[in-house]
Design a protein around this ligand. Structure first.
Ligand code: GLC
Length: 740
């Protein structure tokens, strides 16, 4: 930094004092310049960006990951501006950098905070080595709509699972010390309620009741803030008529006032400027004022703050104190990251983890993300010792880039090992492996490749068919109204089935697909999401039985798009559906007289249950659950309750089971979901081993945002279930006799 603001005489640990020392030297324009985040990958980045930096109009740069360019831009900020305040460089490091981990939705299927944390740690180190010190992740938007393209980057439909994994990502990215080598600032997004976009169309308005916002969408943000997240990002959404980026109630009221978040809030890309498009204000100056007053500190790509904050202050429309608070949060982040003292990216300082180690973590993450949805007659695992010939087919069987999934800018395709590569390596010298694509890409509608695939299958022991979606069919702005397999993939599977050999399905997709029209064709089905760099080896190790699947669904799989929104933690309604009450459309007599058939909440054609429920996933072994034992029939505020279940691995393979505990609050000041995940444990059991799995509940576990907006539990009766997925009937009951 320029001599004008040396803070050497202040303890490096006293960041507040150091920020004050800088702030008092700054002009209104310089303060406003720190609030401006500018993209380096847009057209004419060289001239315009450098000039803007030189003019003190830039506080952070996103999407510059060329080390020499980073250092060149930093040099301009340090040497060619009056105060020499360093820039902060950012990037969307969503699920990996060079080494790519499964989609966040796939990582959520691991139900393993440790592997998620480790992946974020690796991604942070790889990114930091290029000068990136701030990532725009984790995305913790609860999503119950598979049409929405961004469900791919979410952690699923459940607040407790998303909270646990989102917090783990924050810890992985930031480590114990933001200024340490390899640490980068997390940015929790998109605050808030983005996943409720109407009709699953991205950027669409949302209508979220406050109780739903507080009890469903906000808990993962609260957990991430409590995990120490340095920054947050507003969503594009219009929340009940008030866009998130101008939503004082959500930001200053709840996030800062109730949750106590003191860090930096950045807008999403031009979402300040979009306040005009929403119809929330008429000018960029007004947009700047509304966003600043709502609690937004930094402006990504609309330049409203840098252009109008000085004017707003000079015209008395905005107190300089508000501007100071915003600039303070930016400077504080830069001091916390060590950028003010060590501004130049130094690949040696940060160092990148050895590729081998990174790939080992990517393998483990991919392995634990795979969900076995079907395994008819235990067709899996295949016996690689006796197989003579195996055919692998499909548009996603050998696509190193597609298998990395959406939101991958820096993924190293050379590191991406496909199922074809992994299969050939695993069976080299043991069995013949024939690869016939059948289709060139997931949207391919031509059948001319089918016959070769069928012929190869007919002369093999079995066929592995890798289907799904290209990476571009999910992610931001890429929503689908039809969530079945695209292109002619369904026809391909039917053609392969006709060859009369076992058909092992592998689906790579950025969302739950509607599989009702194809599931019967598979003898076995593994859902791989987009599994990242090591998707191939992980998949082959499951296929061969070298590894046993443990993944569990973090999101419900609808039978058809017509069931959406569908999620396990639905409200009971006054006429809840039950199997006995469901009437199928084909069972209605012709000429039936007027009657309210079934008198409960279901669809005549698809019923009310998903094709696969939240928490579901098969193993190569079987687990038996003993009865749920509660340590007492009731407990009071301040006490706890043990909930035990005996779990036995009755199969012949060592394996991991994700044991899930659900409750239902039978009666409360607000109706509560008919099932709520409260806790889960990954339990490793050897073949034949029995273990008592214990959960200890307190009233905090039963707490929710009540009708009066206070957070706490309410006395009364509860159901409690412990089982393998959200449909478990293995339950007991207990009473909470008092609560705070
Ligand atoms: C995008 C996304 C956001 C991302 C940002 C920067 O529009 O909504 O998630 O972090 O812009 O790329």
């Amino acid at each position: 930094m320029a001599d004008a603001i040396r803070t050497d005489d202040i303890s490096p640990m006293d960041i507040d004092a150091r920020v004050d020392a800088v702030l008092q030297e700054m002009t209104l324009e310089e303060k406003a310049g720190q609030l401006n985040s500018v993209d380096a990958s847009s057209p004419d980045p060289g001239s315009r960006l450098a000039d803007d930096i030189r003019a003190g109009r830039v506080g952070a740069v996103l999407n510059q990951v060329e080390l020499h360019e980073v250092c060149a831009l930093q040099h301009i900020a340090l040497e060619e501006t009056r105060l020499g305040i360093p820039l902060l460089f950012s990037r969307d490091v969503i699920h990996g950098f060079k080494t790519v981990f499964p989609l966040p939705l796939g990582q959520a299927a691991s139900w393993n905070p440790d592997v998620v944390r480790e992946g974020a740690r690796i991604a942070a180190a790889e990114a930091a080595a290029t000068g990136v010190r701030w990532t725009f992740a984790p995305m913790v938007d609860i999503s119950r709509d598979a049409r929405w393209g961004r469900i791919a980057e979410s952690l699923g439909e459940d607040p407790v699972l998303a909270a646990a994994l989102g917090a783990a990502m924050v810890e992985g990215f930031q480590g114990d010390d933001l200024s340490a080598p390899g640490s980068i600032a997390a940015c929790v997004k998109h605050y808030a309620g983005y996943g409720a976009s109407e009709a699953g169309r991205d950027y669409a308005a949302t209508s979220i009741a406050d109780n739903e916002m507080r009890n469903v969408y906000l808990p993962p943000f609260k957990a991430a803030a409590e995990a120490g997240a340095a920054t947050f990002m507003t969503s594009f959404g219009d929340i009940d008529g008030v866009p998130a980026t101008g939503n004082d109630y959500l930001i200053n009221g709840i996030l800062r006032g109730e949750i106590g978040f003191e860090g930096l809030m950045i807008s999403d890309w031009d979402s300040i400027g979009q306040l005009i498009v929403h119809g929330f204000c008429e000018s960029p100056q007004e947009a700047a004022r509304l966003a600043a007053e709502a609690g937004v500190d930094m402006d990504m790509m609309s330049s409203a703050f840098v252009d109008f904050m000085p004017t707003l202050v000079r015209e008395g429309q905005m107190s300089e104190q508000v501007l100071d608070t915003m600039a303070r949060r930016v400077l504080t982040l830069k001091f916390q990251l060590g950028v003010m003292d060590d501004p130049y990216a130094d690949v040696h300082r940060h160092g990148t983890p050895p590729v081998r180690d990174a790939m080992a973590v990517a393998y483990q993450a991919a392995l634990e993300s795979l969900v076995l949805l079907k395994n008819q007659d235990d067709v899996l695992p295949l016996d690689f010792g006796t197989l003579k010939s195996l055919t692998i087919v499909g548009p996603l069987a050998d696509q190193p880039v597609e298998q990395m999934g959406t939101w991958v800018f820096d993924g190293d395709a050379a590191r991406s090992v496909t199922p074809v590569t992994a299969l050939k390596e695993a069976l080299s010298g043991k069995a013949e492996v024939k690869f016939v694509p059948g289709l060139t890409h997931s949207r391919d509608i031509r059948h001319d490749g089918f016959q070769a695939a069928v012929d190869a299958t007919a002369s093999s022991d079995a066929v592995i068919v890798c289907l799904g979606e290209e990476a571009i069919l999910s992610g931001e702005a890429h929503c689908r109204a039809d969530i079945t397999l695209p292109g002619a993939q369904l026809e391909l599977v039917h053609a392969l089935k006709a060859a009369g050999k076992p058909v092992i399905g592998v689906i790579m997709a950025g969302r739950p697909l509607a599989l009702t029209n194809v599931i019967e064709c598979f003898d076995a089905l593994i859902y791989a999401w987009h599994p990242g760099s090591m998707g191939g080896p992980a998949l082959v190790d499951i296929l061969s039985g070298a590894q046993t699947p443990s993944g569990k669904l973090p999101v419900s799989f609808p039978r058809s798009v017509g069931q959406i929104p569908i999620h396990y933690n639905r409200k009971n309604s006054g006429r809840p559906p039950e199997p006995s009450k469901v009437i199928h459309i084909d069972d209605i007599p012709v000429g039936a007289g007027q009657t309210s058939l079934g008198m409960s909440s279901f669809h005549l054609d698809d019923g009310y249950q998903p094709l696969y429920p939240f928490g579901f996933g098969l193993s190569y072994t079987s687990f038996e659950y003993g009865e749920v034992q509660v340590s007492a029939p009731e407990f009071a505020s301040g006490e706890s309750l043990d909930v035990d279940v005996e779990l036995t691995n009755v199969g012949e393979r060592d394996a991991i089971e994700v044991v899930q505990l659900y409750i239902r609050d039978r009666a409360a000041s607000l109706t509560r979901p008919m099932r709520e995940l409260i806790a889960f444990q990954r339990v490793s059991l050897k073949a034949g081993e029995t273990q008592t799995v214990r959960f200890t509940l307190t009233e905090t576990d039963l707490a929710f945002s009540r009708r009066d907006k206070t957070f706490g539990a309410e006395p009364g009766w509860f159901d409690v279930w412990v089982g393998r997925d959200s449909t478990t009937q293995n339950g007991a009951e207990f009473k909470l006799t008092s609560a705070q």
